[in-house]
Design a protein around this ligand. Structure first.
Ligand code: SAH
Length: 522
């Protein structure tokens, strides 16, 4: 409920000091590694880099000075040359699934996407069967989730008839192609001003459109956008700040100034903490940061190319990001507290909210400068479903990680070949959405186990199990759905959360969406 979520936001000021968690990721088989050209020379010494992206970043930071974690993360994940998602991978050996780097819920079981399809259908029913529906997914990976969602939705004929277009927001041209193989009715994609387009394999007459940024997706007052974000926000860049105590002036001190000695007016100056940004710079070639932290001898390949240091001077971001929210301000008295802030995530959450509830877009769209002004909706409509990992009500800290071979590794090893992510700050997303639009309310975050169980995962899996053609399929189905809801260390039930942004209709009766405590509307 809107009012409740506001209260929750106000009281949530604790800082989660969660540490690196075991990942679900596996190493890329098709990845290319070091070559003899990955050296550069600084002050007469040869320096070896683990990847060409590391070399490029290392040389750039030698000239410009350290960069923010956000800039580092952005380059490592989506640099046009050698970015983790944007690099070319061998067919069948991409980042996803058992042969790839990591496994996500839609890749584990088809039931996941089917239930999300049903969630969208239930929302559409509850909102009075609106037409001009846009189905939007950000960060669709292989396209598996969208495939399961659309297959499910195309069984509901009246819903399918209301769908105007499907939009996939994807930074990687290679993944766009993979998604097209799965979802397009033809291999012949057409280029238009915002990206590629093709007829959809499901729902005749409906087109699928790719673009690299949500701001390219058209906004119309009468459209009803249904937006999905699964394991997308954890890949968006974060800035990291630490609250460093400043040296204080002793109580009785006199300050010597050019015009003579003065006594501080208000007595002793209280020791003050200041937010300093943690920044990324090349690791010293003489020490091996990766080895000093562990008694296990790591190979040269595992040595981090970069390291985190505290920026001594303010950065453009340290001056305003930690001041943005009372949640961060409440940590100002806690020395050495760490906070992670993802401005890009907040921009995405605001964008979702304005599409659903109307409001003001904070950034001009690349295609339409007028978007920086107010966007009025005839009536709030649509929904956004965000599924990801992160704490329910605390600010993530120390969660920036690299993932490889099902293991958490330093995010500074093999840039471009290691997946990078950070916990999602769900309350910050909720805050951003509520601030951006008066026409939305937030439900959740709830644990994935609660969301999927109340959506009927057990019943759906049992029905599929009855029809399973062999023992192998049975086993896969059984272990798959249980892993999605299991709340233990090997399950995804409590680490992953679901949060929904839905229309807020002034004066209407409270309605909880299904999966968040509500029932399917008749
Ligand atoms: N939703 C999928 C994939 C998750 S991985 C699944 O659960 O299986 C993250 C996805 O987001 C990838 O498709 C990646 O290419 C995409 N991505 C990462 N950063 C992005 C950005 N800044 N803009 C658009 N897409 C991005």
């Amino acid at each position: 409920m809107r009012a409740n979520s506001r209260n929750l936001l106000r009281t949530a000021s604790r800082c989660s000091q969660s540490h690196f968690r075991r990942g679900l990721r596996r190493p890329a088989l098709g990845a290319t590694r070091s070559s003899s050209s990955l050296t550069s020379s600084t002050s007469g010494t040869e320096r070896k880099w683990s990847t060409s992206l590391a070399k490029m970043l290392g040389e750039a930071t030698t000239t410009t000075g350290p960069i923010s974690v956000a800039a580092y993360m952005r380059q490592c994940l989506t640099a046009p040359e050698g970015g983790y998602y944007t690099r070319q991978t061998t067919l069948g050996q991409d980042q996803f699934g058992t042969k790839g780097d990591f496994v996500t819920s839609p890749e584990i079981s088809q039931v996941f996407g089917e239930l999300i399809g049903i969630w969208l259908y239930a929302e559409w029913l509850a909102q009075g069967k609106k037409d001009k529906v846009q189905i939007i997914e950000v960060g669709p990976g292989r396209g598996t989730l969208m495939d399961d969602v659309l297959r499910t939705l195309s069984n509901f004929k009246s819903f399918a008839r209301s769908v105007e277009a499907v939009y996939l927001v994807e930074a990687s041209p290679h993944l766009q192609k993979q998604q097209a193989k799965l979802l397009a009715a033809t291999e012949d994609l057409q280029k238009n001003e915002i990206g590629w387009t093709a007829p959809l394999k499901y729902m005749s007459g409906v087109n699928i459109q790719w673009c690299e940024d949500i701001r390219f997706v058209p906004k119309e007052e009468t459209s009803t956008p249904f937006i999905l974000a699964h394991e997308f926000f954890d890949a968006l860049p974060i800035h990291v700040f630490q609250n460093i105590p400043q040296s204080s002036i002793p109580a009785s001190s006199t300050i010597i100034t050019p015009t003579g000695p003065i006594k501080p007016k208000h007595g002793a100056t209280v020791p003050k903490n200041t937010w300093h940004e943690l920044v990324v710079s090349p690791a010293s070639p003489y020490t091996s940061a990766g080895v000093t932290t562990s008694t296990i001898k790591e190979s040269d390949d595992d040595k981090p190319d970069f390291e985190l240091t505290v920026s001594k001077t303010p950065t453009p971001h340290s001056l305003y990001l930690p001041k943005m929210s009372d949640r961060y301000k409440k940590l100002e008295d806690i020395p050495n507290a760490i906070i992670e802030i993802s401005p890009e995530s907040l921009a995405y959450a605001s964008d979702f909210a304005v599409r659903i509830g109307g409001g003001t877009f904070s950034q001009a769209s690349p295609t339409n400068k007028a978007d920086s002004t107010a966007f009025a909706k005839n009536q709030p409509s649509g929904a956004a479903l965000i599924l990801d990992y992160g704490p329910s009500d605390t600010i993530p800290a120390n969660t920036f990680r690299g993932i490889r071979s099902h293991r958490t590794v330093s995010p500074f090893t093999a840039p471009g070949l290691v997946d990078l992510s950070a916990d999602v700050d769900f309350l910050a997303l909720a805050d951003a959405a509520l601030d951006a639009s008066p026409g939305v309310e937030i439900h959740g975050p709830v644990e994935q186990s609660f969301f999927l169980s109340t959506m009927g995962i057990k019943e759906r899996a049992e029905r599929l199990l009855k029809g399973a053609k062999d023992e192998d399929t049975r086993k896969r189905l059984e272990t798959g759905w249980k892993r999605l809801v299991h709340r233990g260390p090997n399950g995804m039930g409590n680490t992953y959360k679901a949060m929904a942004i839905v229309p807020y209709l002034r004066g209407s009766k409270l309605r909880r969406p299904v999966g968040f405590g509500g029932d399917i509307a008749a």
